[in-house]
Design a protein around this ligand. Structure first.
Ligand code: KIV
Ligand code: ZN
Length: 404
């Protein structure tokens, strides 16, 4: 039986930390509404102590979202927990997300705290949060670079103080999937079945999605991430990628409606102004585009030849062919058919020859309009055969020979 994993979306908090991005309350509400329909379990709406505007934005999301949990981030300082409590007052299912850097580098150089101070701060802050919130998650920031015995002390302190979820961020994307999976498995065994262990991965070495999947395989019951993988520096695990991997590889159920992905991704790109790179997995413009003749021919015969992720699974309209000098006869005949031209074998050969000459000379792909013009020139007709009255057999024209 497949396990269930809950998805904690932090597009509105860690995703908003993408350099150059600022989301207004209206933006956050618009994205949150779609995230709820997508089926995430938790929406981290922001960091209320960071600005009055963000406190107001988290409040607006909390008042709008009804089904999923709404979380707010807080450092281990009383003012942050107060701000989170104010912002989540109207939430139906509020979650306090309390964090502290626990690695030596964070404690010594950023926080200038001893380990004993850190444990005291975790205890006091998680207790304060637990007195005001039904659910408290504690994150050991930079967990992946925290000395393991001290990390266990931090987890034990947080759980004893009332945390029911322990998140172990790979804050600087420092781990490989094998390392992160082992870190999570160790934590799962340490905290026991009553505590949810959560994964939160960054993409500094391009491993954020792989690490999140390894975490689930190691026993994580919650995965954090963002739509389109946006976030600090190289970003976070992309929820659309994690959702697709967990589903297609039958690793775990997420409750996500994967067919919302294409529209949701475009919406987030539009609102944040962070464009999606064309070759991005699942949501890039080229994710279901085929350029080489061998691939186009394979797709026409059976899409599985060159598509592991079915476009319909993620709500994409289908595959598309890009016409370049690498395209083949079969694709050209197919595109011609799409334009309404049924070409004979000689016609295909003639159009293909003219197309390749044009494609070799072109700077980029040949557009559909250019292909139409090529067919019209070769066939001597700019209208699809179906619309062209058949000339008498005694007057055989080019169109007669090439267009059936
Ligand atoms: O990357 C990180 O460590 C974080 C924490 C604040 C959860 O985003
Ligand atoms: Zn993060």
């Amino acid at each position: 039986m497949e396990r269930t994993v809950q998805i904690f979306d932090t597009t509105l908090r860690d995703g908003e930390q993408t350099p150059g991005v600022h989301l207004t309350a209206e933006h956050k509400v618009a994205i949150a509404t779609r995230l709820e329909a997508f089926g995430v379990a938790t929406i981290e709406a922001g960091f209320p102590a960071s600005s009055p505007g963000d406190e107001a934005a988290v409040d607006r999301v909390a008042a709008t979202v009804r089904r999923c949990e709404v979380a707010a981030l807080a450092r281990c300082v009383p003012g942050d927990i107060e701000a989170a409590a104010r912002a989540l007052e109207r939430a139906r299912r509020p979650v306090a997300h309390v964090f502290l850097g626990t690695s030596d580098v964070h404690l010594q150089t950023k926080l200038r705290m001893s380990r004993a101070d850190a444990l005291r701060a975790i205890r006091a802050s998680v207790r304060a949060a637990a007195s005001r919130f039904p659910v408290v998650q504690f994150s050991a920031e930079d967990a992946s670079r925290t000395e393991r015995p001290f990390l266990r002390q931090c987890m034990a302190t947080a759980v004893e103080a009332g945390a029911v979820r322990i998140n172990l961020p790979d804050t600087v994307g420092a781990m490989t999937p094998a390392e992160y999976g082992a870190l999570i498995a160790d934590a799962v065994a340490f905290v026991g079945p009553d505590i949810i262990v959560s994964a939160h991965c960054h993409n500094d070495m391009g491993l954020a999605t792989a690490n999140a999947v390894a975490a689930v395989q190691g026993g994580a019951r919650q995965v954090e991430g963002t739509i389109n993988g946006i976030g600090e520096r190289a970003g976070n695990s992309a929820i659309e990628e994690v959702g697709v991997v967990l589903a297609l590889k039958h690793i775990a159920r997420t409750g996500l409606h994967l067919d919302h992905i294409t529209a949701l991704s475009a919406h987030v790109a539009d609102i944040t102004g962070v464009p999606i790179q064309p070759n991005r997995a699942v949501v890039g413009a080229n994710a279901f585009a085929h350029s080489s003749g061998i691939h186009q021919d394979g797709i026409l015969k059976q899409p599985e030849n060159y598509e592991f992720v079915p476009p319909a699974l993620v709500g994409a309209s289908g595959h598309r062919f890009v016409l370049t000098a690498r395209s083949g006869r079969n694709a050209i005949a197919h595109e011609a058919r799409q334009l309404g031209f049924e070409l004979s074998a000689d016609g295909i050969q003639a159009v293909y020859g003219a197309f390749v000459a044009a494609a070799d000379a072109a700077q980029g792909p040949v557009s559909v309009e250019e292909l139409r013009a090529i067919i019209a020139e070769v066939c001597g007709s700019d209208r699809p055969a179906a619309e062209t009255p058949a000339p008498p057999r005694s007057r055989r024209s080019m169109a007669d020979m090439f267009c059936l």
